[in-house]
Design a protein around this ligand. Structure first.
Ligand code: PEP
Ligand code: MG
Length: 572
């Protein structure tokens, strides 16, 4: 038996025979051609066929996975119309006299590399889409366009280096028991699709694919990221039991996903989602989120060469607001810094990006960025009737909130004078993710309508652990008693001042943290859409009295491991 550890990407346990998927990459031949018009015509024909194939995939995705998955392939169609990509192919053919296959390879690879080098995980994942379309067009040109994935003809667990989004959809769903890839992150399309199809998936598992015998038994635990190859009978039996339990629980969670989360003693808790674009918003609605507790707006600003205009921003916000249908909508203002350079804002690589010029700190020299964002958000909320709540990231001193509020009021005044419909009431809040704000929460609570605790950053700043550094990852836990104390102080100060508190770090989606956070008095839990049904389910298990006792005990503990062990014991 061999056991590997990967990253969990879609929950559930799969047990079945291995099906190793190693599609042959077409080897592109590079030739000089003397009839460029003929090569252009070949590309035109290949694109027409690719459009047809992708059209069929869109339909298939719509039926098997859903609307938002179909949108992935609609985006593939757009690459075929992309003016920059088209210009690059034409140049290879007309100026460098290259054959059609090589022209496609160069143009698409250049584009994919550009996306792949971006720091943002979202854009890195999009590089995979570009390569998927490239492979499709080249295969058509080389007359090798049969789908390998379509040959999965018996129920099995697919093991692959990495999967293109189209592979995932082309597999016969009835035969797809689970997915495991050697590369890829939890936000790659295969992971997103696996979650939509409801099959267990693991990414980034270091499996030696070429050494895996066909049909050997494999087990995937999509909750923990563990993979077993050829496990002994007792492991299989234990995991079958867990699989049955998991299925039962998941079905119960999904059945009640759209019901409110109420503790056994009648305390109603708000469960909302973290979203970064319109697809996430749709998933949030499907999973029963009662609103959005963190809308990360970075997607609008990254991967481009100029600041998004007010109009563009209004369109983008409106689209997400409409999906959420007037549910509470917490929008965080731009949060970029030296770890995600944005040249047109003069955000450049810094030696200590997490301690540098980032997020709300831009207000000193680039208040125009924030003013434009406030205006666009207010106009979009006025147009849609959204319940807008604005949130400032990385606040560390009171002056930042005062200055931002002035700008916000300026934006409100401007849009009314210009004749726009202004939203009736907009809450103005801030994130608590720097220890200084938690320590002085009583003062900040006088200046805002709500707090949302960002435990991802609060943990890194409290414990002095870089959240991106794998070597210190074992130290970065929000269950460290020092972080818990800051969370407790924040909630207490907020409630004294009569304002509400949410939490939108990863901790909110961890069922282990649910009773603890309830016991500390948290009002709103905001998490990845897929976690909403699970956390709602967990909330329904507890009474507030039990939770308060758990929280008090945890707060008195001296170490992270003591807290975790205690919670594992009470939650199980
Ligand atoms: C956080 O820091 O906890 C948070 C939610 O923000 P981000 O992860 O985007 O920094
Ligand atoms: Mg943060």
């Amino acid at each position: 038996m061999q056991r590997f550890q990967g990253i969990p990407a879609s929950g559930g346990i799969a047990i079945g025979p291995a099906w190793v998927y190693l599609p042959e990459e077409p080897v592109v031949e590079r030739r000089k051609v003397d009839d460029p018009a003929h090569e252009v015509e070949r590309i035109n024909q290949a694109f027409a066929k690719a459009r047809e194939q992708i059209g069929a995939l869109i339909e298939r995705a719509r039926v098997t996975a859903g609307e938002e998955e179909a949108a992935i392939f609609e985006a593939h169609q757009l690459f075929l119309d992309d003016a920059e990509l088209l210009a690059a192919q034409q140049e290879s053919i007309h100026v460098h006299s290259l054959n059609a296959e090589a022209a496609i390879e160069d143009a698409f690879e250049h584009y994919a590399n550009m996306l792949g080098q971006m720091d943002d995980e979202y854009f890195q994942a999009r590089a995979q889409d570009v390569r998927d379309v490239k492979r499709r067009v080249i295969r058509i040109l080389m007359d090798k366009d049969h789908a390998d994935a379509a040959s999965l003809d018996h129920p099995a667990i697919v093991l692959a280096e990495e999967l293109a989004p189209s592979d995932t959809i082309e597999f016969d769903q009835a035969n797809l028991l689970g997915l495991c890839t050697v590369r890829g992150g939890p936000t790659s399309h295969s992971a997103i699709l696996a979650r939509a199809l409801g099959i267990p998936a693991i990414v980034n598992a270091p499996i030696p694919l070429r050494e895996i015998p066909e049909d050997v038994t494999v087990i995937l635990d999509g909750e923990t990221g563990e993979v077993w190859i050829d496990p002994p009978e007792d492991v299989v039996a234990a995991l079958r039991k867990r699989q049955a339990k998991w299925r039962e629980r998941r079905e119960a969670e999904l059945r009640l996903a759209h019901e409110p989360a109420i503790t056994t003693d009648g305390h109603v808790v708000e469960v909302v989602a973290n979203v970064g674009n319109i697809q996430d918003a749709r998933q949030a609605m499907n999973m029963g989120a009662e609103g959005v507790g963190l809308f990360r707006t970075e997607f609008l600003y990254l991967g481009r060469s100029s600041m998004p205009t007010e109009r563009e921003q209004i369109q983008a916000y409106k689209a997400v607001f409409e999906v959420m249908e007037q549910r509470p909508m917490v929008v965080r203002t731009l949060d970029v810094g030296g770890d995600k350079p944005v040249l047109y804002l003069n955000v450049m690589a810094e030696p200590n990006p997490f301690l540098g010029w980032r997020a709300i700190r831009m207000i000193d020299t680039r208040s125009d960025v924030l003013l434009r964002q406030f205006r666009a958000l207010l106009i979009a909320a006025g147009m849609t009737g959204a319940d807008l709540r604005i949130m400032l990231p990385l606040v560390s001193c009171l002056e930042e909130v005062e200055r931002a509020r002035e700008l916000f009021e300026q934006a409100q005044g401007e849009i009314v004078r210009e004749g726009h419909v202004a939203p009736e009431k907009v809450q103005f809040g801030m994130m608590v993710e720097v220890p200084s704000t938690a320590l002085l929460a009583e003062h900040f609570a006088q200046k805002v309508d709500f707090f949302s605790i960002g435990t991802n950053d609060l943990t890194q700043y409290t414990l002095a652990v870089d959240r991106t550094n794998e070597r210190v990852a074992h130290l970065a836990s929000p269950f460290h008693p020092a972080v818990l104390k800051l969370i407790a102080m924040t909630i207490e100060a907020a409630h004294k001042a009569g304002i509400w508190v949410g939490l939108c770090g990863e901790m909110a989606g961890d069922p282990l943290a649910t009773p603890l956070l309830l016991g500390l008095g948290l009002d709103e839990f905001s998490m990845a859409p897929a976690s909403v049904p699970r956390v709602k389910h967990e909330i329904r298990r507890w009474s507030m009295a039990q939770c308060r006792e758990i929280a008090q005990k945890a707060l008195a503990m001296p170490t992270t491991s003591a807290v975790r062990q205690f919670l594992e014991y009470v939650v199980e």
